[in-house]
Design a protein around this ligand. Structure first.
Ligand code: HEC
Ligand code: HEC
Length: 219
């Protein structure tokens, strides 16, 4: 048998890929869910989940507005998963709502549950594109806030500073979208080292970043 080193074997590579994708999914299921939603659900439910997608008017049942709080908040996580998967008892939901369990892997269904939960629970709805926001964030913010956005950037090994943890739900939820926009544009005052970005980033780019922060800090 030919000698192969373990790290070059397909099995080992698969394990590595699984490990890294799991690590990612752990901190931002809602962000993953946003991507799956915009590939599969927006046609009916609309890009912001308001039930106004391009084909909504052609269906006999109007797709649900997933940003409406009262009804959806009462549904348990398990039942929400079943609705999306299509395993609720026959007739419980419109036949215009596809049974996604037949087409999507379970990991994507659980990510969708997180994103749909975010849509009807958040006090800070997104108005930008979080996928573009992540790109900008990875370019300008990770040096301090870190790749995992937990405030663990490389610069913290060189300077005594504590960049905010953008995955911390309770901390981020205390900051309104408007306030966050102002922090990113102008920086924080005093001796802290959070710089302002208004010379570098457009309002739209800042909105995109805020949307990204909202999703990675969603519970
Ligand atoms: C072909 C159109 C269509 C697509 C695509 C679609 N849905 Fe739906 N969805 C509906 C309709 C119609 C309803 C039922 C509305 C009702 O009966 O009030 C619904 C209902 C729902 C509900 C229940 C809402 C409630 O208030 O009970 C959830 C959750 C949901 N969809 C999530 C999703 C997700 C997640 C995706 C993408 C994976 C998706 N839908 C894709 C048409 C669609
Ligand atoms: C030079 C390092 C550095 C860079 C680069 C940086 N930050 Fe910060 N950031 C900080 C520090 C330090 C804090 C904590 C400051 C504080 O608590 O006043 C912070 C705090 C924040 C806060 C929260 C403030 C609060 O009141 O909790 C937000 C939001 C933020 N940064 C967004 C960003 C975004 C978006 C980028 C990229 C466009 C970015 N930061 C780039 C260092 C940085």
């Amino acid at each position: 048998m030919k000698h192969t080193t373990i790290w070059k074997t397909p099995a080992f590579m698969t394990v590595l890929m699984l490990l890294s994708s799991n690590a990612f999914a752990e901190y931002s299921k809602s962000f993953e869910g946003y991507k799956v939603f915009n590939a599969n659900c927006f046609v009916c439910h609309g890009a912001q989940g308001k039930g106004d997608g391009p084909i909504a008017s052609k269906l006999s049942d109007k797709p649900a507005d997933l940003t409406v709080t009262d009804e959806l908040s009462k549904i348990s996580v398990r039942d929400l998963l079943r609705i999306i998967e299509g395993t609720t008892p026959h007739g419980a939901i419109s036949s215009d709502m596809p049974k996604w369990g037949l087409a999507l892997p379970q990991t994507q269904i659980t990510s969708l549950v997180s994103y749909v939960r975010y849509l009807h629970r958040t006090k800070h709805p997104t108005s930008g594109n979080p996928v573009k926001g992540k790109e900008t964030y990875d370019t300008y913010c990770t040096i301090c806030h870190g790749k995992n956005a937990k405030g663990e950037g490389i610069i913290t090994q060189l300077y005594d500073m504590e960049p905010a943890n953008h995955t911390d739900a309770s901390a981020m939820n205390k900051i309104s979208n408007k306030k966050m926009h102002s922090i990113i544009a102008h920086g924080t005052s005093g001796s802290t080292l959070m710089p302002g970005w208004k010379e570098v980033l457009s309002d739209k780019e800042i909105q995109n970043i805020i949307s990204y922060i909202r999703l990675i800090s969603a519970k």
